[in-house]
Write a protein that binds this ligand. Structure first.
Ligand SMILES: Cc1cc2nc3c(=O)[nH]c(=O)nc-3n(C[C@H](O)[C@H](O)[C@H](O)COP(=O)(O)OP(=O)(O)OC[C@H]3O[C@@H](n4cnc5c(N)ncnc54)[C@H](O)[C@@H]3O)c2cc1C
Length: 475
């Protein structure tokens, strides 16, 4: 989830590792897909959704549930093989940009409403899982982020002040009594943190690295979003057989957004729909245009830039409580050293249940075509083992093989704020995309909002509204 070029893939502490096959623990838990179901003739539906990850399936779920519309979901691969099957599966709701910075751009009220919406997606996830009868394991706990400089702490205290003023619960912040910067924290923030012994910082962060002097804690959780999506899809097919259709192994190549309908060219056939919803994450190989052949695009801040995120995981020797921790490593926010993040969760295997610890952090900008089968680079595995493993499990010996190593495609946008809603000029085209590193719960919120729009509701302005570049708007 940390958006920075991280570790030099061409060198470093790599000798112990060769390139490894890519293998995601979440895809390993999926049920068999059954035979492929490609589109074999032209089709028609009220709503065409492109992409069968958490965004597409959540959008289908809420649309079928709250409107009478017919829905077709088109997926070029199999269900949950994009980021939804290759993430860290952490339930979290922060923006990869300080909330007070979002408030500066959009105003405090809209920023708070955006945060409130993401926070509320925990309940939407529970609703979706319960109604679908999903058996996927969802764990919840308090997660912790380690900080070591005054700069980190002030950013989060400013966010907290905004949360408090906007009526949101503040995130617990503790600062060590040994923190060198304690006296420099402005008095105005005094009610937003507590001073604790350094031992408490160590305990919360499970580290003896006394560089870390402060901790921010909030509600987190873990789940396999891929298994959830697969189970919800099964529910939708059973429950709405007369107005829901799922098509896989069918790539949408072109989307033509007209004034009366939308036409999708997919797998050599055409799909005509009243509205189309893009739930395509960082995949941008398809063309979207109007009937004159002019590209339909969004504001540059809202254009997706693919980025590959890399993760590894290992089974623990003993069962441990689920946890989510992240450790800032930059001295200044926005510096080039990524934070690292660790999630520990209960993992069900055929025949037993164990603890799986996942480590992440490094990312690369995406050039060319992301390929799920590309091996995990050995040098990177070596660097993660050297740099991230000590945060995840200091007792684990260096150089051991990992049980899983995988990579996934993230959809970042320069503005770091997801896009949810209809194109301002081409109202038949809607978006629920732009994970910006955190997309599990935000995709579910997006799905519900899209269903409300499709159901005819007018929603108040939000930070997620699609926008056009000024020049586009004039054209
Ligand atoms: C390494 C990594 C770690 C992450 N960790 C977290 C985390 O801990 N917490 C969190 O909240 N988020 C995390 N994320 C982000 C989160 O996984 C994503 O935001 C979320 O899964 C995106 O869901 P989606 O449905 O938008 O995209 P995807 O799951 O990528 O689904 C998009 C689907 O669209 C299909 N598609 C694309 N183009 C076409 C086309 N032209 N025709 C047909 N189908 C098409 C793709 O095949 C794909 O199945 C992580 C992501 C990665 C990669």
């Amino acid at each position: 989830m940390a958006r920075h070029r991280a570790i030099d893939p061409s060198g470093g502490a790599s000798a112990a590792y060769e390139d490894q096959p890519s293998r995601s623990p979440w895809i390993a838990q999926l049920a068999p897909d059954g035979p492929p179901r490609p589109l074999e003739a032209d089709a028609r539906a009220d709503v065409a959704i492109v992409g069968a990850g958490i965004a597409g399936i959540a959008t289908a779920f809420f649309t079928l549930r709250s409107t009478p519309l017919s829905v077709i979901v088109l997926e070029r691969d199999r269900v949950a093989r994009g980021a939804t099957g290759r993430n860290a599966g952490q339930l979290t709701t922060y923006f990869e940009r300080p909330l007070h910075d979002i408030a500066r751009e959009f105003g405090a009220d809209l920023a708070i409403e955006g945060q409130r919406a993401f926070d509320g997606a925990h309940d939407l996830l529970d609703l979706m899982a319960a109604e679908a009868g999903a058996t996927v394991r969802v764990e919840r706990f308090t997660g912790h982020m380690g900080m070591f400089s005054r700069n980190h702490v002030l950013v989060h205290l400013r966010n907290n002040a905004l949360r408090r003023d906007g009526g949101l619960p503040i995130e617990a912040c503790v600062i060590s009594e040994d923190a060198e910067f304690l006296a420099a924290v402005p008095a105005a923030h005094r009610d937003l943190y507590s001073v604790v012994p350094q031992a408490q910082v160590r305990e919360l962060l499970e580290t003896d690295d006394d560089r870390y002097r402060a901790v921010l804690s909030d509600r987190k959780g873990c789940a396999n979003s891929g298994a959830l999506v697969q189970q919800v899809l099964g529910h939708l097919e059973a429950r709405y057989a007369n107005r829901f259709r799922y098509v896989d192994c069918t790539r949408v190549d072109k989307i033509i957004v007209g004034s009366d309908d939308v036409r999708l060219e997919a797998g050599g056939h055409g799909v005509t729909a009243s509205r189309a919803v893009l739930c395509t994450n960082g995949f941008t190989e398809h063309v979207v245009e109007d009937p004159t052949g002019r590209r339909v695009e969004l504001h540059p801040d809202q254009r997706v830039v693919g980025t590959i995120g890399f993760m590894t995981a290992f089974f623990e020797e003993h069962r441990r409580a689920p946890a989510a921790m992240s450790y800032i490593r930059n001295t200044t926010i926005g510096g080039s050293t990524p934070y690292v993040y660790v999630t520990r969760r209960t993992y069900d295997r055929p025949g037993d249940t164990v603890t799986l610890t996942c480590m992440g952090g490094p990312e690369w900008p995406f050039e060319g075509s992301w390929n799920a089968d590309l091996p995990f680079p050995g040098p990177l595995l070596g660097e993660m083992d050297a740099q991230v493993r000590p945060f995840a499990q200091p007792a684990r010996l260096p150089g051991l093989p990992y049980d899983f190593q995988w990579h996934g495609l993230m959809g970042y946008m320069d503005g770091r704020v997801r896009v949810i809603g209809a194109h301002p000029r081409h109202g038949r085209l809607l978006y629920n995309l732009g994970c910006n590193g955190v997309g599990f719960l935000p995709s579910i919120h997006g799905g519900r909002q899209i269903s409300r729009l499709l159901g005819g509701e007018r929603l108040p302005p939000s930070i997620f509204d699609p926008r056009e570049a000024p020049a586009d708007a004039q054209g």
